[in-house]
Structure formats: C-alpha cells, structure tokens
Write a protein that binds this ligand. Structure first.
Ligand code: A3P
Ligand code: MG
Ligand code: MG
Ligand code: MG
Length: 309
C-alpha cells in the first residue's frame, strides 16, 4: 500500500460526508441558520456541521492527530445557542454511523482548536471555504489537508457546486495544469469578494502581462482546482490590508493540489507558503499560482504593481 493510503481514504470519506451535509443545508437554508462572527464574517449551521463530521471521522481513525480547524463551538453553547445546536446535532447525526450527544458535538467541533506548529502530524480543516459563495449558491468547498513537520502531504477538496467532467463523472482522473508558454494567453482567477483580494491590482497586473481575457471570479479554494485542471492558468490573491494573515486552512489543500498537478504556489514575494508557523501564514503575503513556465513573469508583474504603491 502506498504511503498515507489510509489517511487518504479516511480524508476522502470525511470530506464526502461533510459535503453531503452542506448540500442538505443549502436546500433548506433560512436566515437564522447564519450567524456573524467577531470578525464580521458569516458562519452557518453547515460550517459547524461540516467541522463536526470531519473532526469526528478523523478522530475515529486517528484519535491522537490534532486538528487546526476554522470554527469553534462558542455560538452553539448555552441557552442562546440551543436552536443552532439542535439543528447542527441532527444534521451531523444524519451522516455519522454513531450518533453524538450535545456535549460530544461541542467537544468534537472544538477538537479543531490546535495551535499548529512545525513538528509532528496535524490536519487542517476549512469546513466550508467560501461561506459567502455557499450562501449565494455559488462555489464553496470543504478543504482538508494533512501537514507533517510543517509540510503539506495530502489534500482533499470537496466542491459540490463545481461542475465535473461530464464525460467521466465517477472516475478517478489525474488532473494537470494547462500547458502555457506566454502569460498574455492566460486567463486568471480571483476572489468574488474584493475585500479578500484586490481586483484593482489584479487588473493592472493582467494589463502588464498583456492578458485580455476577463477574470474568472470564484469563491473558495475552487480557484486552486480551476488552475490545477486547466480551466484557468493563474490565481492571484492580492492583499487588501497590510495586517491580514492568511489562514493555513484556506490554502493547504489547494497548495498541494497545484504542486501535484505541476504548478507553482508562492506568495507575492515569491516565497513558498510556510505552513509550520501556527494557524496562519504569518510570514507570507498574498498568493500567486501559475504554471512553472510563466510563474516568474507573473511574479515580476505582481511586484511591479504592488511594490510601486
Ligand atoms: N481580508 C481578507 N483577505 C484575504 N482573505 C480573507 C480576508 N478576510 C477573510 N478572508 C478569507 O477569505 C476566505 C474566502 O476566500 P475567497 O474570497 O477566495 O472565497 C474566507 O474563508 P471562509 O469562507 O472559509 O471564511 C476567509 O478565511
Ligand atoms: Mg469563515
Ligand atoms: Mg476559508
Ligand atoms: Mg470556512
């Protein structure tokens, strides 16, 4: 058996079940299913349920592996959290083999509180990446990655709204980046949400590179998937504020997908993303993804635009 075969199978099963929960929630999503977090970003019953399902399935196979997960159980606790908690509990128990009780649910979600770091094995989970896309009925994904001694070794992305190749919907296929030798022929993708990545800077970079195709705007790590399978050639995530630190769960699974499909992932300074420093990529700024043949030229254009400011 190849290395990490069991981890891969468990991770795929966990992400598949969590993706099913997300789809189920979306079909019946009501306003009260969403709460606003301290950083003013939204979180829904599906985010909590997805985190509980993945954390529980990981725990059943790897009880000693810590998890760096995005969500925590605060708003599901006590009387004020009862309505949300009950919804999450019934969703979670609809896909788990062994049902959880209230306390187990809260503990399971909070198994995601690991601080991260440079040694040993840990999983990182984004139970829904692109929550804003999920609420709009557009792209989102469940992202799970295994990090060992600071390096990403395995990544699984469940993208329920991402169209598959209709010719082979159920088969496992090897994906690879589109071959490209000149950036001017490229298409690039970026966040839908301009507060997550500067659309203005991206337009200037595209113009410097001679790109004429309009940007492909998409929520979540589906952008990594789009580049990895050749739907787009470049992914730009350009900082909008100097103090924002990217979260490891927003990039780990996407990053290994690109590398395994033959692409390059760096930050705007051409530094590799460093997953060994805790819950965030503290020493990186932004993200630049492209085929190795054009990545250097893209970085030059990014630096001309961003460093000039
Ligand atoms: N100021 C900011 N700059 C960059 N990313 C941000 C941001 N504020 C929030 N995010 C992250 O952007 C992610 C979504 O990325 P995208 O815009 O590519 O869909 C969010 O993930 P969640 O949706 O999991 O909270 C969140 O972690
Ligand atoms: Mg979030
Ligand atoms: Mg995210
Ligand atoms: Mg999320």
């Amino acid at each position: 058996m190849s290395a990490l075969a069991i981890e891969r199978a468990v991770a795929i099963n966990a992400v598949l079940r969590a993706s099913k929960v997300c789809q189920k929630v979306f079909q019946n999503l009501v306003t009260s299913d969403t709460v606003i977090k301290k950083d003013r970003s939204p979180v829904t019953v599906a985010d909590f349920s997805s985190q509980a399902v993945v954390n529980r399935i990981l725990y059943e196979s790897f009880p000693n592996d810590p998890i760096v997960g995005e969500e925590e159980s605060g708003s599901l606790r006590g009387d004020s959290g009862k309505e949300l908690r009950n919804k999450v509990l019934s969703l979670v128990n609809s896909v788990l083999d062994t049902p959880l009780n209230d306390n187990e649910l809260l503990e399971t979600i909070d198994r995601g509180n690991f601080p991260g770091g440079s040694s040993g094995r840990m999983w990182t989970l984004d139970p829904i990446d692109g929550t804003m896309g999920f609420i709009r009925g557009e792209q989102f994904c469940v992202g799970l990655a295994l990090i060992i001694d600071g390096d990403v070794h395995l990544g699984v992305l469940g993208c329920p709204n991402f169209p598959v190749d209709l010719k082979a919907p159920e088969e496992e296929t090897q994906i690879c980046l589109a071959d490209i030798s000149s950036p001017s022929a490229a298409s690039f993708c970026e966040s839908v949400v301009a507060a997550h990545s500067s659309h203005g800077d991206a337009a200037k970079i595209a113009s410097l590179l001679g790109i004429t195709k309009p940007p492909l705007r998409m929520d979540s790590m589906c952008k990594y998937c789009a580049v990895a399978r050749g739907d787009a050639d470049i992914y730009l995530r350009l900082p909008v504020s100097i103090d924002y630190e990217e979260n490891i769960w927003d990039h780990a699974a996407g990053c290994i997908l690109i590398k395994e499909a033959g692409g390059v992932v760096s930050d705007i300074y051409n530094k590799p993303l460093d997953f060994s420093l805790g819950r965030t990529l503290k020493t990186n700024k932004g993200v630049v993804v492209a085929h190795s043949k054009i990545h250097g030229q893209v970085i030059d254009a990014v630096q001309q635009v961003i460093l000039k400011k």
